[in-house]
Design a protein around this ligand. Structure first.
Ligand code: SAH
Ligand code: DHB
Ligand code: MG
Length: 221
């Protein structure tokens, strides 16, 4: 199959702007070898997350949905020396592979991988420390995005950056079908953040090697 123009341009951009070192390429190879799904952010999307984290000077990051730790490593690399990142992952195999990858990237002192469904583990993380998150990246089960949002909003401050992946889903959010609960959930999430007076928000539509999707970007007022 010939790649479409969006994918070709995506590859052009990634080749220009993104260098993956051994820790990142090995992370992806190990994930593949373990039979894990290849649904991490693209290299360019990861660089974008990294830049956003740098731009807001994030010191405390919450990620929901670790997979093999590819986005985790990028976000972890955006942290200052004393920065921390906690990432929640339901699948014990994913968490194990991710811990190894994060360790190889030299980030195990800054990054903690918490195993278990985030709906169970998140409340404890919220209670653990009153210091607000500077950046939250949602990328796990889409049906729980609104529930996660309600939880982590108890640990934010003015300026906290909230990012949520996969909220356009090839445009299926325009008219979600009952058999696609993720589309319905993404639509509900987008409506929720759009209407929330505590936020200033937008969705960035994305096309490229991951197809057609979108990233929600919100700032706590
Ligand atoms: N952020 C990663 C990709 C995450 S893929 C990256 O870009 O590199 C989504 C991950 O969320 C998968 O590993 C999946 O196991 C995990 N997940 C699914 N449901 C979950 C839940 N209820 N709680 C925590 N993690 C979940
Ligand atoms: C899927 C999940 C993701 O987080 C993603 O970026 C792409 C696809 C999925 O569940 O299919
Ligand atoms: Mg995603």
């Amino acid at each position: 199959m010939t790649p479409d123009l969006f994918s070709t341009v995506d590859v052009y951009i990634d080749d220009l702007f993104v260098t993956e070192d051994e820790a990142l390429t090995s992370a992806l190879l190990d994930a593949k070898a373990a039979g894990m799904p290849q649904m991490q952010v693209s290299a360019g999307q990861a660089k974008f997350l990294y830049l956003l984290a740098r731009m807001v000077g994030a010191r405390r990051i919450l990620e929901i949905g670790t997979l093999a730790g590819y986005s985790t490593i990028w976000l972890g690399r955006a942290l200052p020396e004393d920065g921390t990142l906690v990432t929640l992952e339901a699948d014990p195999l994913h968490a194990e592979v991710a811990r190894r990858n994060i360790d190889r990237a030299g980030l195990s002192a800054k990054v903690r991988v918490v195993t278990g469904p985030a709906i169970i583990t998140l409340p404890a993380e919220i209670e653990a420390d009153p210091a607000p998150f500077d950046l939250v990246f949602l990328d796990a089960d889409k049906v729980n995005y609104t529930a996660y949002f309600d939880q982590f909003m108890r640990r934010v401050r003015s300026g906290t950056l909230i990012l949520a992946d996969n909220v356009i889903r090839k445009g299926t959010v325009l008219a979600p079908r009952p058999e696609d609960p993720s589309a319905g959930a993404a639509r509900a999430f987008n409506a929720m953040i759009a209407a929330d007076d505590r936020l200033e928000a937008i969705v960035l539509q994305q096309v490229g090697i991951k197809g057609h999707d979108g990233l929600a970007i919100a700032r706590v007022k």
